[in-house]
Design a protein. Structure first.
Length: 295
């Protein structure tokens, strides 16, 4: 069935977050992979529904947790008394349009700490009847603390007509109509089929702790990576006051160099081959550090 597009804030244009952009060519994840990674991350998310105002002015429910089905739909767990849950429960068929925005914040302290934003626009419907158990399992697989967040209560039947009270939680399904991302790689739009076929980055679940470890335990080695920048090594040396690992994916490491005047630039250090897990990452990082030390 044809459906009109839903305008996305980041589609086709930069949102002007002021973050340094890379100046070198590098291996990089596709836009669909970057959106999928953010959707399945712990990044802060808000859910907005056109035409419905949030009385608390805090977003129409920040989903407590979220995951993606094999078909590419996004499952959301939201408070049962939220505006989003009420709107979805009373919507006719599947005509309730919504936009979810996810903000990606670097887990280390750097200038321009917001690394990017992703938007998913689509159509919300409550997860009902026999679908609930499977949806709850998918959410629990992504979030092992799901029971503490009330997924068990979300499985309770909806209140009967005329009864007071609502379930503590409601599971919603978002059918993706379009998506967009504006991050350290730039601004791009993503088609639903691309989103459904993409996989999140294999390091995403560990990225925060890995970056924090590199920053706290290997800061000298991270700073020494500037010797791998060729003609730009001199510039990096001028910015040696601070070198912070700001992003990590299977293709490589991004470091933000900042000088005493708070000017920054990003440098990307590619791994010899894409890594598939933390063990391969350790070997790739040793290769980078050894190359920098011998340079």
């Amino acid at each position: 069935m044809f459906r009109p597009g839903i305008p996305l804030p980041g589609a086709g244009q930069s949102t002007g977050m002021g973050q340094p952009r890379p100046v070198e060519d590098a291996q990089q994840p596709t836009a669909a992979e970057r959106v999928r990674t953010l959707v399945e991350s712990n990044g802060m998310a808000s859910l907005g529904i056109p035409g419905i105002e949030d009385p608390d002015d805090a977003g129409l429910s920040a989903p407590v947790c979220r995951t993606v089905t094999g078909a590419g739909d996004v499952l959301l767990l939201v408070p049962g008394d939220s505006a989003a849950a009420r709107a979805a429960a009373h919507a006719q068929d599947d005509d309730l349009t919504a936009v979810m925005e996810i903000t990606d914040v670097a887990p280390v302290s750097v200038p321009h700490r917001i690394r990017g934003r992703a938007w998913i626009a689509g159509w919300l419907t409550p997860v009902r009847n026999d679908e609930r158990a499977r949806a709850a399992m998918l959410l629990a697989e992504r979030h092992p603390v799901g029971e503490l967040l009330g997924i068990g209560e979300a499985l309770q039947p909806d209140p009967a007509p005329g009864m007071f009270g609502r379930p503590a939680w409601m599971m919603l399904r978002m059918e993706v109509g379009e998506a967009a991302v504006d991050d350290l790689w730039g601004a791009q739009s993503v088609e639903p089929e691309e989103f459904a076929a993409a996989e999140p980055d294999p390091l995403a679940a560990h990225e925060a702790e890995l970056l924090q470890h590199l920053h706290s335990a290997h800061s000298d080695q991270v700073r020494g990576l500037c010797t791998l920048l060729g003609e730009r090594s001199r510039r990096a040396w001028d910015f040696r006051d601070r070198a912070v690992p700001v992003a990590l994916d299977r293709f490589g490491l991004r470091v933000r160099f900042t000088d005493a005047a708070h000017r920054s630039f990003d440098a990307r250090f590619d791994f010899p081959t894409p890594v598939r897990d933390v063990s391969e990452l350790r070997r790739a990082m040793h290769t980078l550090f050894d190359a920098a030390a011998s340079g």
